[in-house]
Design a protein. Structure first.
Length: 351
């Protein structure tokens, strides 16, 4: 029965089309580079100096970057003096030309060097609590980690599949015939619940894998062993793990969140029993906790930890916002809610 229900849930053309479109959308969005560097930072200059200091952080590398900043800063400070000397004939044109070359280089490099000095001073403090602080070209991976958000394609796909899986009997008017059949009181529900779990888990793994694969193909996602806090987007996160571990944990969190969300959609479908309303209410419940926080959090003084309780945050930034402890609490709370909803829906179907 389980396999037949799974086949019924996935065989519809609209589901297959939605899956293909969802993957295509994920590939398209993941291939877009949304890097926004700090104002004045030149990516080529950044890569030039990162190549010179690449590898584990040391004080010598920090001092080198500071000395480069100071050298080019001195050119900008001496510009007025050299202009005056050149106009008065105190220096030769060749000396003035050499200075202006260095001055233009300073204009091109100085903002980037200031950024690298700031990063180096941060690394100095971070190295006191972590042994995996590294200089590397982190622009692309920082963009990837910092812009992780809700998987819209995943949410839409799960909503359509689960609503159809549990709501088809109501839409066709065969619900009462089903529950009075030999398999209606429990066996069918358990088979569909297994389908829900399998589909949610596979979807929760598939879409992050597509995202990572696309990013890895288009951009440089190296140095997975560096501390996650080396990335600008993860400063102050308090997560003591490397980048690879963080990305793997994000897949686990997204997968668990996909299961929780699917159970909520199932409950909405079995309670409301109207296809259009099922879709609307399910998606609204996904975003509602975050909307409430954004609108009322500053007035209610809700801590950042509370954001981790929303299913919305479980799909993306929950780990960064709530931390490991917050996500454990989040998982326990939603796990309990899911268990209660599962039992309640079983009883309701047999009323």
């Amino acid at each position: 029965m389980f396999l037949s229900e799974l086949y019924k849930a996935l065989r519809k053309k609209e589901i297959l089309i939605l899956l293909v479109l969802g993957i295509a959308f994920d590939v398209f969005m993941s291939s877009k580079n949304s890097v926004i560097l700090p104002q004045g930072v030149n990516r080529n200059v950044f890569r030039e100096y990162i190549a010179k200091v690449a590898g584990e952080y040391t004080d010598e590398k920090k001092d080198f970057i500071i000395s480069e900043r100071d050298k080019y800063q001195s050119y900008t400070e001496q510009w007025g003096e050299y202009e005056e000397k050149y106009r008065s004939g105190e220096i030769e044109p060749e000396e003035y030309s050499d200075f202006m070359h260095n001055f233009k280089e300073a204009e091109r490099k100085l903002d980037t060097l200031e950024y690298l000095v700031s990063k180096s001073l941060y690394y100095e403090e971070l190295s006191k609590i972590s042994g995996y602080v590294m200089y590397f070209d982190d622009i692309d991976v920082d963009d990837y980690v910092g812009n992780m958000g809700i998987e819209l394609a995943l949410v839409l796909l799960l909503t359509v599949i689960i609503v159809n899986l549990f709501g088809e009997d109501f839409a066709c008017g065969t619900h009462y015939m089903v529950i009075t059949s030999e398999n209606g009181r429990g066996r069918l529900y358990r088979a569909r619940l297994k389908c829900l779990m399998i589909i949610s888990i596979l979807s929760g793994v598939l879409f992050p894998a597509v995202e990572w694969g696309t990013k890895a193909h288009h951009y440089d996602l190296g140095n997975m062993d560096a501390d996650i806090r080396c990335l600008s987007s993860m400063k102050g996160s308090g997560l003591n793990m490397n980048i690879g571990e963080y990305l793997l944990l994000c897949v686990v969190v997204r997968t668990v969140a996909a299961v929780f969300y699917s159970i909520i959609v199932m409950a909405v479908t079995l309670l409301v029993r109207n296809t259009i309303s099922d879709y609307v209410i399910s998606v609204a419940l996904l975003f509602l906790p975050n909307i409430i926080y954004e609108q009322l959090g500053k007035y209610l003084k809700v801590s950042a930890l509370c954001r981790g309780f929303a299913v919305y945050q479980g799909y993306g930034t929950g780990l960064k916002v709530a931390g490991i402890h917050g996500m454990v609490i989040w998982s326990i709370l939603y796990g309990m809610l899911s268990a209660v909803l599962t039992v309640m829906m079983y009883r309701r179907l047999n009323e």
